[in-house]
Ligand binder design. Structure first.
Ligand code: HEC
Ligand code: HEC
Ligand code: HEC
Ligand code: HEC
Ligand code: HEC
Length: 369
């Protein structure tokens, strides 16, 4: 029944795609003047919504209607193969997926993919609906009671034991933590969202945050980094603050909502701050290091931005294709990890545990290769 339903939808989408081809040319022309138009969902309502979950007296979705009258759920819509110019970011793939060596050459997006964690617990977040509960980890490592998002909501309302992580909501990443219903948590996100622009001062609405993450800033690559280069990539928000507690709009502070101990002054710094560190620094600018330090060779002579090992910046109004070691070389959790998952141990961007020399650690530790 489920299969028949999906077939029905794909047929509908195929028809829509032909139509969309023409529409896209028109939209593309308009968009030369108005890029913000691509900012949210497009296409006929019936492509995504069903009014009564009924078509010719048969259920459209055999497992019952979805919230927001949707044809499919979060995982259903976001499962597929990414292609150039695709309008849905696919974060999971039940068929083949190409992560390649560091996730920038294949067909995965900036968050990586849930493909591998679906089979192997330690390759990412075991999100409900995609993977089983993580059999090793029953809570987020480094959880310190949960840090509030900008709207005051805290993951797990401050405690976490045994719950599986979800796409959105109380135990989720996208939207507010103040409700357990994922659709309510991101309500309005898909229609009001500002995908493909610079988010510099988000308010507390899910739609206003970077990738529907409440209160997080950043520049959103319009292709979700399908084919990132030095000049085409997400620009992550960071801050040079070894204290690591003051600014909550950075991407690392987002991870810290659940992994707080890994982003915490007393847990990471020796007294007085800085090197020798207790835990790997994040929200720390490489511009703090000596002029002749190994870090100053990031990106080689021209100091190009390296999409395989991203560095964040304090301003995210535009994409930085090269770096200057002045609040634009900030280490983040995503310098090393993929938020969703990868083909490697602990969702690393590259095969760190799988290599003899650390792999891409040497993009920053340039004398350690
Ligand atoms: C490409 C898919 C897609 C299309 C096309 C689409 N929607 Fe939606 N819509 C969604 C998703 C996903 C949600 C639920 C998640 C959310 O609130 O962001 C949603 C939520 C809504 C909501 C509740 C939240 C809000 O923003 O008010 C309304 C109302 C809505 N859609 C109406 C429409 C109408 C009317 C159309 C056609 C003009 C339409 N949608 C076209 C995907 C789509
Ligand atoms: C009906 C299909 C559909 C459903 C259901 C759906 N999405 Fe989406 N989603 C889309 C499409 C299409 C886009 C790309 C357009 C956009 O950015 O809004 C998108 C974009 C996104 C983005 C990226 C936004 C950005 O700024 O780039 C996130 C995050 C997201 N969805 C999360 C969710 C979550 C969480 C749910 C479930 C609560 C969900 N989606 C349900 C179709 C869907
Ligand atoms: C809403 C809470 C939450 C947020 C936010 C969150 N995580 Fe996690 N994380 C978890 C939980 C729960 C686990 C353990 C269970 C699992 O892997 O699903 C986990 C596990 C991990 C693991 C180990 C994976 C494994 O299975 O061994 C890594 C690495 C990780 N998270 C990195 C991150 C990074 C990077 C971010 C920010 C982009 C982040 N997390 C944001 C809840 C969260
Ligand atoms: C995005 C750049 C970047 C990447 C990638 C990176 N590091 Fe670092 N690392 C730094 C910076 C900056 C410091 C702090 C240097 C300082 O304060 O002098 C640091 C500090 C360290 C330290 C502590 C040094 C001290 O002086 O206390 C170790 C050990 C370390 N990194 C190991 C690694 C390993 C292993 C990897 C790969 C998994 C890695 N790093 C990846 C930038 C990076
Ligand atoms: C320099 C690279 C690097 C940075 C930056 C980094 N991590 Fe990690 N992380 C790793 C590696 C490598 C591991 C695997 C364990 C190890 O080798 O120490 C790991 C393991 C983890 C784990 C699993 C711990 C466990 O008990 O299994 C979590 C959770 C995690 N990181 C979250 C984060 C968060 C959150 C941040 C940002 C605050 C972050 N990481 C920043 C490299 C990094």
């Amino acid at each position: 029944m489920m299969r028949a339903y999906r077939h029905h939808i794909f047929t509908g989408r195929e028809q829509f795609c032909r139509l969309r081809h023409l529409t896209c040319v028109a939209i593309a022309i308009v968009c030369l003047w108005c890029p913000a138009l691509l900012a949210k969902v497009t296409g006929p309502c019936s492509n995504c919504h069903t009014m009564h979950n009924s078509q010719n007296n048969s259920l459209v979705n055999s497992s019952g209607p979805n919230h927001s009258l949707l044809l499919d759920d979060c995982v259903g819509c976001h499962t597929g193969t990414n292609t150039q110019g695709g309008t849905t970011p696919f974060v999971h793939n039940t068929g083949t997926v190409d992560y390649n060596t560091s996730g920038i050459e294949g067909d995965t997006l900036a968050g990586g993919t849930f493909k591998y964690v679906a089979a192997t617990d330690y390759k990412g977040h075991n999100v409900e609906g995609i993977a089983n509960t993580d059999l090793t980890l029953s809570a987020p490592p480094g959880f310190d009671g949960g840090r509030a998002a900008s709207d005051g909501s805290t993951p797990g309302n401050g405690s976490w034991s045994g719950q599986q992580i979800t796409c959105a909501g109380t135990y989720g990443c996208h939207g507010t933590h103040s409700t357990s219903d994922p659709y309510q948590a991101i309500y309005g996100g898909h229609h009001k969202n500002s995908q493909g622009t610079a988010i510099t001062a988000p308010d507390d609405e899910p739609a206003s945050g970077y990738r529907l993450l409440v209160g997080i800033a950043g520049y959103e690559d319009p292709e979700w980094e399908f084919t990132p280069t030095a000049a085409l990539h997400n620009q992550y928000k960071g801050i040079d603050d070894a204290g690591q507690m003051t600014e909550t709009s950075t991407i690392s502070s987002f991870c810290a909502q659940c992994h707080g101990l890994f982003h915490n002054p007393s847990a990471n710094l020796t007294s007085g701050g800085g090197s020798p560190w207790l835990r790997h620094p994040t929200d720390y600018d490489m511009g703090n290091t000596d002029l002749n330090a190994e870090y100053r060779n990031y990106g080689g002579a021209g100091h190009a931005y390296l999409p395989a090992t991203p560095v964040a910046s304090s301003t995210v109004t535009s994409v930085k294709s090269s770096v200057t070691f002045s609040d634009d070389t900030i280490v983040t959790c995503l310098s090393c990890h993929r938020a969703h998952g990868s083909d490697y141990y602990k969702a690393m961007r590259w095969g760190y545990a799988e290599s003899n020399d650390g792999g891409l650690c040497s993009n920053c530790h340039t004398t350690k290769d």
